[in-house]
Design a protein. Structure first.
Length: 190
């Protein structure tokens, strides 16, 4: 990978980001951020089937085989937020090495699975007051996506939702963690 793909014009959360902004490449800024959420098996992942395989990178944590013909990095396992960020950076670096350009769109399938795994891994390690650590880990991942990925290319995140029968609203899975309702996004059930 050539140094022309590194974006060192600003401090980063990890100083490892291989992406160079679209603006710096002589184009217009990208930065569409899209959340696709829904119940299990309703076709959330299928919605991305029409994305251009020449400009899209799929980063998967769901563990399901994808029939989509997109460049893909499956995150089999990770230790913590820093590790998953490192694996995302490696996926982008591999994409750049193969195509000699930044991806135009990065799809995370699914962000809810990443958050659930962060929570489970943290709860297994920390028995007393793990909530702050869980919040910090989730924030690290979201800060990386928001500060390093979203300004440079389109970002599509897929998340699972569940129907809350008490409120008749859909809640994002693990929005804010299972310990509380803080951060929940609710959508009225149709």
């Amino acid at each position: 990978m050539g140094s022309c793909f590194r974006d060192l014009h600003k401090p980063t959360t990890n100083n490892l980001s291989p992406l160079k902004s679209t603006y710096q490449q002589g184009g217009l800024m990208s930065g569409v951020k899209l959340l696709i959420s829904g119940l299990p098996n309703v076709g959330k992942s299928t919605l991305i089937k029409d994305l251009d395989p020449e400009t899209t990178l799929l980063i998967s944590r769901d563990g399901k085989k994808s029939p989509l013909k997109l460049p893909k990095k499956t995150i089999e396992d990770f230790v913590d937020a820093d590790d998953i960020i490192k694996q995302m950076i490696e996926a982008v670096s591999s994409y750049i090495a193969k195509f000699d350009r930044n991806p135009g769109t990065i799809v995370i399938d699914s962000i809810s699975k990443i958050f659930l795994d962060i929570e489970v891994k943290t709860l297994a390690k920390i028995k007393s007051f793990p909530y702050g650590v869980i919040n910090t880990e989730i924030s690290k991942v979201m800060d990386f996506l928001e500060q390093e990925i979203a300004p440079i290319c389109n970002l599509v995140m897929i998340s699972h939702a569940q129907l809350n029968t008490e409120t008749n609203q859909y809640d994002l899975v693990n929005a804010g963690g299972s310990w509380g309702k803080k951060g929940k996004l609710n959508c009225l059930a149709a």
